[in-house]
Design a protein around this ligand. Structure first.
Ligand code: 9D3
Length: 240
């Protein structure tokens, strides 16, 4: 899958694209991420990419011209593509949207800066607008990385068998059970004995109960939408 990122800060992406699962997948040719510096499409000696808002007010607005010229200059790619703006006004990004986007051949991500992007970019060119949550970022770049990471992981071959997506708790709509590794005791805190017991059925039930209780405690909104089995309901009824 190919991603094209339009940004005023292409330098922010280097380590993200070089390291970890994303870096490896690019090296393997499973993902292709291209950066376009919007400033390259700005005109005039000063290469201005922003201007004062019509109607007044504080802050600056990203100009429509440079962004549209950058979009028009993108290399054509075979297959299905979408253009997404990253903005606080967008659809809240979640695992369902990540799955939807993972079916594309190309996703173009336009990163806003300043107060935002001239509305005519969205009207004339964008297929969707994405927000990664209800908090204030300085621009769309960190959000674009989150989207590339989450969507890229769902592209076939990107994850080894180390961690299959279907087992991810978010796929199931639950938080995960707690994890432990060696040593068995650290600063007087022991690993729950059941995990050392070797009884795989007991371990499975314990983990499932922990996941369910955590979700009820921390994210009751997720429990609403989860598909619970009769066993799950019983585990939730049990005290502790
Ligand atoms: C709070 C008033 N304005 C900031 C001084 C509004 C505002 C404009 C631009 C807030 C943030 C931004 C820049 N943010 C993004 O471009 C952005 C974003 C975000 O802030 N939160 C969650 N997802 C995203 S995606 C892009």
């Amino acid at each position: 899958m190919r991603f094209d990122v339009l940004t005023l800060f292409p330098g922010l992406f280097a380590p993200f694209l070089e390291q970890g699962i994303v870096g490896r997948s690019i090296a393997q040719g499973l993902l292709d991420v291209r950066l376009t510096d919007i400033r390259d499409y700005a005109r005039g000696a000063h290469r201005v990419t922003d201007d004062r808002p019509y109607g007044g007010g504080s802050g600056m607005v990203m100009k429509v011209g440079p962004i549209v010229r950058a979009l028009r200059d993108l290399e054509p790619v075979e297959g299905t593509e979408r253009i997404a703006l990253l903005s606080p006004q967008g659809r809240l990004f979640d695992q369902d949207l990540a799955w939807e986007l993972s079916t594309l051949d190309r996703l173009v991500l336009v990163c806003g800066r300043y107060e935002g992007i001239d509305e005519r970019v969205r009207e004339g060119y964008a297929d969707l607008e994405i927000s990664i949550g209800d908090f204030v970022l300085s621009g769309g770049e960190v959000a674009a990385m989150a989207v590339i990471d989450a969507v890229g992981r769902l592209v076939p071959g990107v994850l080894g068998c180390e961690d299959s997506n279907r087992e991810d708790s978010f796929e199931e709509g639950l938080l995960e059970h707690p994890h432990y590794t060696r040593p068995p005791v650290f600063e007087e805190r022991s690993v729950p004995e059941i995990l050392l017991s070797g009884d795989h059925e007991k371990i499975r039930l314990w983990r499932r109960a922990e996941a369910l209780k955590r979700t009820r405690e921390r994210r009751p909104d997720l429990l609403e939408g989860a598909h619970l089995s009769e066993e799950d309901r019983k585990l939730l009824r049990d005290p502790k």
